[in-house]
Design a protein around this ligand. Structure first.
Ligand code: SAH
Length: 397
């Protein structure tokens, strides 16, 4: 077997690697190796000591993603079999809703497999290959997955924007076995949900919110609920199940609202307690404010407003705006569940924005819960960047 080429890195990168952080940025390389995209390289300190095996990505600012810090560990099919098996075994120890037939089996860097996402939906697996390294090992990964996790088919949803940063084209389709049905029903606790694996957002569902969606239950009996950025309805459906008087599901996409409606039917939840509104949340909240409409429970789960450092100011203003409006629409004693999935925004900053919004709305607000992404989206302690979703349960006086 050929010995992988060597890449020397700066002392600063060496320090980061010694703490087992898996990313090496372009500025940390002493010189560029001439290797194919995604090829394995040996990363060495300025004095030649071995530091890590990594995948080389010539087009990305994250130039190398580490597969292993063990010099004796070969990066081959057996390596991927081990890492995948470890990730699957770890799911057995995670506190997850039960029954739960849709969950994340591999959460990229946090499962020791940079750039690889694997989600399970019933008898189907959906993969995203988001880095040059995971792309290069696609065939091996798919073969090993099929071997260790019995399923009907493995589908690819590598159509996420981040692929472009790696110089990879968007792609989707069947990788192995059967094509998934147009709609597949999954179980999340007592809730059943239709999922469109080929055309839904991300890999089909926002699995990171599965447990948080149940948190609306205690505030729902007899409540008037506004679920903003509802996608296929999760938070609102849990509120209905828990006895909400009325739930308004809001999303900009009429297509996802159609699925939210079908999800209500699937769970036998009465249409007469439901309203579906296709609208821009920023505008709708203003309309409701002007018409003095009030709610007992509001959920704000917007898309990522801060996708790069340059979008921070605008993103902060966006979060402030919708939270301020939401506080104005809450009845006394009302509850706001508010989220940010922008990884670049640290939880204290998000909390400060929500605090500023409450103050500007003239409300006294207590946080009675701090929420995070579901346990099957773990955060490796060497890689705090993996913690992206944060939320607050706010009780407004
Ligand atoms: N709360 C959902 C996930 C929300 S994802 C869940 O638990 O499953 C964000 C959603 O916001 C997407 O469905 C997207 O269509 C919608 N969206 C994005 N911008 C919007 C806007 N300005 N107004 C209304 N909906 C918007």
């Amino acid at each position: 077997m050929n010995t992988p080429p060597t890449v020397a890195v700066t002392p600063k990168a060496e320090k980061s690697l010694s703490r087992r952080h898996p990313w090496i940025f372009s500025g940390a390389l002493r010189q560029a190796p001439t290797v194919p995209e995604g090829a394995t390289v040996a990363v060495r300190a300025p004095d030649g000591r071995f530091l890590a095996w990594g995948a080389y990505s010539p087009h990305s600012q994250i130039r190398i993603r580490v597969w292993s810090f063990e010099e004796k560990e070969a990066i081959d099919a057996a390596f991927f079999r081990r890492r995948l098996s470890e990730a699957l075994a770890a799911r057995g120890k995670m506190p997850l809703l039960s029954p739960c037939t849709a969950l994340r089996l591999v959460h990229a860097e946090s499962d020791g497999l940079p750039g690889l996402i694997v989600d399970r939906y019933g008898d189907f697996l959906v993969c995203q290959f988001l880095s040059a390294g995971s792309e290069r090992w696609k065939e091996t990964i798919v073969a090993e997955l099929g071997r260790i996790h019995p399923c009907q088919g493995i589908y690819e949803r590598s159509d996420a924007d981040v692929r472009a940063k790696e110089g990879l084209p968007a792609t989707r389709g069947v990788l192995w076995g059967a094509a998934p049905p147009d709609l597949l029903a999954i179980q999340a606790g007592e809730l059943s949900l239709w999922v469109d694996l080929a055309r839904g957002h991300k890999t089909g569902l926002y699995l990171d919110q599965r447990e948080n969606q149940t948190r609306v239950s205690p505030f729902s009996p007899d409540a008037e609920v506004l679920n903003c950025f509802c996608y296929t309805g999760g938070f609102g459906l849990w509120a209905l199940r828990a006895g909400a008087r009325k739930v308004t599901q809001v999303d900009a996409s009429a297509e996802v609202l159609a699925l939210a409606r079908r999800n209500a039917q699937l769970n036998g939840l009465e249409e007469n307690r439901l309203e579906h509104v296709a609208a821009n949340v920023f505008e709708l909240l203003r309309t409701y404010r002007d018409s003095r409409r009030q709610f007992d429970l509001i959920v704000l789960d917007p898309p990522k407003f801060v996708a790069s450092a340059g979008q921070m100011d605008k993103g902060c203003r966006g979060y402030k705006d919708i939270n301020l409006l939401a506080f104005k629409l809450l009845r006394p004693g009302g509850v706001l569940l508010t989220f940010s999935c922008s990884g670049l925004m640290a939880p204290p900053l998000f909390q400060k924005i929500v605090a500023d919004a409450a103050a500007d709305a003239g409300r006294t607000v207590r946080a009675i819960g701090h929420l995070h992404q579901a346990a099957d989206h773990p955060v490796s302690l060497n890689f705090p960047e993996a913690h992206y979703l944060k939320g607050l349960i706010c009780l407004a006086a």
